[in-house]
Write a protein that binds this ligand. Structure first.
Ligand code: HEC
Ligand code: HEC
Length: 267
């Protein structure tokens, strides 16, 4: 009884927030990126290459790219970061696991690949949420800015790829947490509505990694998705959890053709 009551108040609170009518009306085009929902002040900050907090992360990414302390540098194997420009819009992809059973395929995103390369070069213990990994992700996304997202299956991997995509598609529609809402309820059915300090966008994956003002640092798609799990009071998956990769695959396929805009600023 008590549990039901708190669930009900949670849902009511959420919907009263969601239905707050804004003075400004927001468009509901499913192909809009999160940038379209930023306040004018944040849009200005984002456009200001010198003063944007993102610029510090890009500087750090440049340093990391050439850094050879603790293992071979990215540069020593890959040359200039531009050489990976075309690869950025193709993640997540199925890759042979670097640690697991030989021949097995694992769905990895760009940050997973960076962690794998850092580990291979001898930096054991590299983790997805490390500042080094995030700054390298920012650097590579910045190189790829403007390129269309291009996530496609490889012919030989078709069955496994399709299974991951179907899992991600199902997850997007699955109700989660004590609030009992699915991604689709917010990012398709409530686009343009205000929720606390945010305006709900279609949840396109074009702007990552993001510098979120409320985090005061750069964060990955993983972290954002985990924040959405937290928002519906669901059990939060750990960084790199398979369901987060399946969701990323679904979001990227849904956004195929949209330009990469990351790294970018969010509330
Ligand atoms: C209760 C509503 C709600 C639910 C349910 C929800 N989100 Fe979100 N999500 C938000 C809000 C609010 C934001 C921040 C504003 C925005 O960009 O939409 C956000 C942001 C995002 C973003 C970042 C968009 C950007 O450009 O910065 C992605 C991607 C995303 N959500 C995906 C998901 C996925 C996948 C699910 C399901 C696991 C989900 N969300 C469930 C409310 C929700
Ligand atoms: C010792 C050589 C080596 C170093 C050092 C190295 N990489 Fe790699 N990298 C590779 C190889 C080999 C591949 C091919 C895929 C695989 O085997 O993982 C690769 C693949 C990649 C890819 C994906 C390219 C594609 O075709 O999809 C990215 C992105 C990447 N590396 C980033 C980095 C970053 C960032 C660093 C620095 C932290 C780094 N790499 C350091 C060898 C290296």
């Amino acid at each position: 009884m008590r549990a039901n009551y708190s669930l009900l108040t949670g849902i009511l609170a959420l919907f009263s927030l969601c239905s707050t009518v804004l003075a400004q009306s927001w468009p509901a085009d499913p192909k809009l990126s999160g940038n379209a929902f930023l306040s004018p002040g944040l849009q200005q900050l984002q456009a200001d290459a010198q003063n944007s907090p993102v610029s510090l992360w890009l500087d750090k990414g440049q340093q990391q790219w050439a850094d050879a302390t603790g293992g071979a540098s990215c540069k020593s194997c890959h040359g200039a970061p531009q050489s990976l420009r075309d690869k950025v819009p193709t993640f997540p992809k199925l890759a042979p696991t670097l640690t697991g059973s030989p021949g097995a395929l694992k769905l990895i995103n760009l940050e997973d690949q960076i962690v794998a390369c850092r580990t291979r070069a001898g930096r054991l213990g590299a983790r997805l949420d490390d500042d080094d990994v995030l700054s390298l992700s920012a650097l590579l996304h910045n190189e790829a800015k403007g390129l269309p997202i291009n996530v496609q299956p490889v012919r030989e991997q078709m069955p496994a790829w399709t299974a991951h995509l179907e899992a991600g598609t199902a997850l997007f529609a699955q109700r989660l947490g004590r609030i009992n809402l699915a991604c689709v309820h917010c990012h398709e059915q409530s686009v343009g509505k205000q929720m606390r300090i945010d305006v709900i966008s279609p949840g396109n994956p074009t702007g990552f990694p993001i510098y979120r003002m409320s985090w005061q640092k750069l964060g990955s798609m993983d972290r954002r998705l985990r924040a959405c799990y937290s928002g519906v009071q669901a059990v939060i998956p750990p960084p790199g959890a398979p369901e987060l990769r399946d969701l990323e695959l679904y979001l990227k396929v849904r956004a195929n053709g949209m330009p990469i805009e990351g790294p970018s600023i969010r509330r």
